[in-house]
Design a protein around this ligand. Structure first.
Ligand code: AHM
Ligand code: MG
Length: 285
């Protein structure tokens, strides 16, 4: 791992307990919206500001972009471009359910294709705090502990791969808003797998990583590109799942092959076991 990537991962590790500790008392909505027109919580802004300040302080980081801000913050030098979803699934904060922080490290200026990723990962704020990190074609799971001696990152699984026999599925969007071909695919899948849907992509993808299966936030009749954003969500999750032996798709091709046209663009996201994603691509016309 390059020194800069290691430093970026260290910063995200060290920031995770601060993001987590900052959730209490930040459950109210702000008056402004994010660039995707969604309501922001004080917790979204807090996580975004912590990550911006600390990641831009890393030598080698050329810029910081996030779901919560319109423009990229440039540092003036550096060769790596960091994109974050500071608090994925933050609408789960009100009901005290799972959320995450998504990290994407690109070696091209943003917006960049997923093929330009050199590392991607996510912190999961579940009953325990974990980090799942993909780089050099390997996925590692760590536990993050906030101890008296400082923040520790401990490997729990060296080489995470998606189990061959899929068990779970989770699909976003309202069912009447799905396209007919996607709905027909779901009717087959729900006969084979069991439903796990928690309203935070990171939590739902973590179910797929652990048990095998498929997660999607598909194209909707009311939103052809679905809800999730390519730079901050689709690319990093596609990269992690593909490094773990699975596949990602926008419905036709790997998410990593989608040509980006703007920073906050949305993309239909489907990730999981290879044969399920191939079936899905065959089912969508
Ligand atoms: P966020 O990053 O603003 O929290 O939005 C993304 C989240 C995903 O984590 C999740 O898959 C999706 O939105 C859930 O959307 P919905 O609440 O419409 O089911
Ligand atoms: Mg998100």
């Amino acid at each position: 791992m390059s020194d800069t990537v290691s430093e970026i991962v260290d910063v995200v590790t060290e920031t995770a307990p601060d993001v987590r500790a900052g959730l209490t008392g930040r459950r109210e909505y702000e008056t402004s919206e994010n660039p995707s027109g969604e309501q922001m919580l004080a917790a979204d802004r807090h996580a975004d500001e912590l990550l911006e300040e600390r990641l831009l302080a890393v030598d080698g980081v050329a810029g910081y972009a996030s779901e919560e801000r319109e423009e990229i913050v440039e540092s003036g030098d550096g060769h790596l471009h960091v994109a974050c979803d500071p608090l994925d699934g933050s609408s789960n904060l009100k009901s005290n359910n799972v959320m995450g922080t998504i990290l994407a490290v690109y070696d091209e200026p943003l917006p960049a294709p997923g093929r330009a990723l050199v590392a991607a990962g996510y912190v999961l704020y579940g009953p325990i705090t974990t980090l799942v990190l993909a780089r050099d074609d390997t996925v590692t799971e760590y536990v993050i502990d906030d101890t008296d001696e400082g923040v520790e990152r401990r490997v729990v699984e060296e080489d995470v791969t998606i189990p061959a026999d899929p068990v779970v599925y989770g699909f976003g969007g309202r069912v009447p808003d799905w396209h007919d071909d996607f709905e027909a695919f779901v009717r087959e899948i729900e006969d084979e797998l069991k439903l796990r849907y928690g309203g935070a992509m990171i939590g739902d993808v973590s179910q797929v990583m652990e048990y095998g299966g498929i997660f999607a936030y598909p194209a909707l009749q009311s939103a052809e590109n679905g809800k999730l954003r390519l730079q901050f969500e689709g690319n990093p999750i596609g990269y992690i799942v593909e490094c773990a032996g699975g596949r990602s798709s926008d419905g036709e091709q790997s998410l990593l092959d989608v040509e980006p046209d703007r920073l906050h663009q949305r993309v239909p996201v489907h990730v999981g076991n290879t044969e399920l994603i191939e079936r899905l691509e065959g089912a969508l016309h």
